[in-house]
Design a protein around this ligand. Structure first.
Ligand code: PMP
Length: 404
């Protein structure tokens, strides 16, 4: 028998066999974090069993193994996104990556400068820019929403203008799944010479990304949303822009020389990697991107788009269900509300039936305010999900709706 794509993938993700409350697990919270294949779990375990040591010290056998594994992981990530290895900075995740850039750019922002974000941003791509603007006198501007929750580019030429220094925008909304018109935005940012920072936290697991083709200056993403470990992420930055940024944290490893009076900085990427890195995490992320590189990513996306369409079709037919962000260009994420029910209550009733979704504001409070809602129920899918999972969601929703 030939297995379907999700059937084959499920064999590589041991956690999907768990049975919460004695029910088969239906994991639909992939936008929060994806599950991990054996390739990643084994790489992390292998590191701790056979290689654990501090890195970059050249002190002994294990130290050399650990250093090689860490730097091989960096090479893997660089290949995966089409960057040079010194352009790949290890961080704790998307949040730290964006903070690193927003903090560093304070030295370049002046009163009158504009930083442009979108209405769809996660708090991680809002608050660091608010702080940078507050510290420098620059102005934070926001791309508005249309009625269907896609971005409104009617006034693009005013939004991105001669004062725009930074365009910091997500590729896909974690809250609604809406995909942004990133290529149009980047082209306009190039016209005015603005720096482009892409929040790829959601996009990275769905799209095949090449940073040179995309023509961005910085890109942030998290390992745990792309089948890798938590606590590790990446900041990609174009070499000349990384060189122009001051260090974010200071201490060991990021220096070249230190006296009691002053210090000089290490070369890229180490200038931005103060302290002992999350070695096991980086190795796990390297294993995740090597695993992804072995997969048929086009088949992944086709399968996800098929699931997205099926999910949307079933949602439209469900009595009293309102889809939030019902646009054509979306990843396989569905945000919704049930008439008269608080999203948290819906989430609890789904959980009791083994269906894991996320409820609440999804770290997008300004977006929820624009939409005039307190939050949503969000089902977000990965390639190991199947139509059976979607059916299980709606069977559980029917039961939940009878309770509410
Ligand atoms: N941006 C987006 C679009 C996200 O989905 C997330 C995670 N929900 C973040 C930023 C923050 O990522 P992390 O918590 O891994 O730093």
């Amino acid at each position: 028998i030939t297995l379907s794509l999700p059937e084959r993938l499920r064999q590589e993700f041991p956690i999907l066999s768990e049975t919460p409350y004695g029910k088969p697990l239906v994991y639909l919270d992939n936008a929060a974090t994806t599950q991990k294949p054996n390739a990643v779990i084994d790489a992390v375990a292998h590191y701790y069993r056979h290689q654990n040591s501090n890195v970059h010290r050249g002190a002994h056998y294990l130290g050399d193994l650990a250093t090689a594994a860490l730097e091989n992981a960096r090479d893997s990530v660089a290949r995966f996104i089409g960057a040079d290895r010194e352009e790949v900075i290890w961080t704790r995740g998307t949040t730290e990556s964006i903070n690193l850039v927003a903090h560093g750019l304070r030295s370049q922002l002046r009163p009158g400068d504009e930083v442009l974000i979108s209405s769809l941003e996660h708090h991680a791509n809002i608050v660091p820019w608010q702080q940078a603007c507050a510290a420098t006198g620059a102005t934070l501007k926001v791309i508005p929403l249309q009625a269907d929750a896609s971005l409104d580019l009617t006034d693009l030429d005013q939004l991105i203008n001669a004062n725009t220094r930074v365009l910091a925008v997500t590729w896909a909304s974690n809250a609604l799944g809406v995909v942004t018109p990133l290529h149009t935005l980047i082209a306009r940012a190039r016209d005015v010479g603005a720096l482009v920072v892409v929040d790829a936290a959601q996009a990275i697991s769905h799209f095949q990304i090449n940073v040179r083709e995309l023509d961005c200056d910085f890109m942030a993403f998290s390992g745990h949303k792309m089948f890798g470990p938590t606590g590790i992420g990446v900041l990609y930055g174009r070499k000349e822009h990384l060189n122009a940024l001051p260090p974010y944290q200071t201490g060991g490893e990021m220096i070249e020389t230190v006296t009691f009076e002053t210090a000089t900085w290490n070369q890229l990427p180490y200038k931005f990697e103060a302290g002992t890195p999350h070695i096991a995490g980086a190795i796990g992320l390297g294993a995740a991107v090597e695993w992804l590189a072995r997969q048929d990513r086009s088949a992944f996306l086709a399968h996800e788009n098929d699931l997205r369409d099926y999910l949307t079709e079933r949602a439209r037919a469900f009595p009293g269900l309102r889809i939030i962000g019902d646009t054509a260009d979306k990843v396989a994420t569905l945000s919704f509300l049930l008439d008269g029910a608080h999203p948290n209550d819906v989430g609890t009733l789904l959980d009791q039936q083994g269906v894991a979704v996320r409820t609440g504001h999804h770290c997008t409070m300004p977006l929820m305010n624009l939409l005039g809602i307190p939050g949503t129920v969000r089902a977000s899918l990965a390639p190991y999900n199947s139509r059976d999972d979607v059916d299980a969601l709606f069977t559980a929703l029917e039961k939940a709706a009878r309770f509410l």
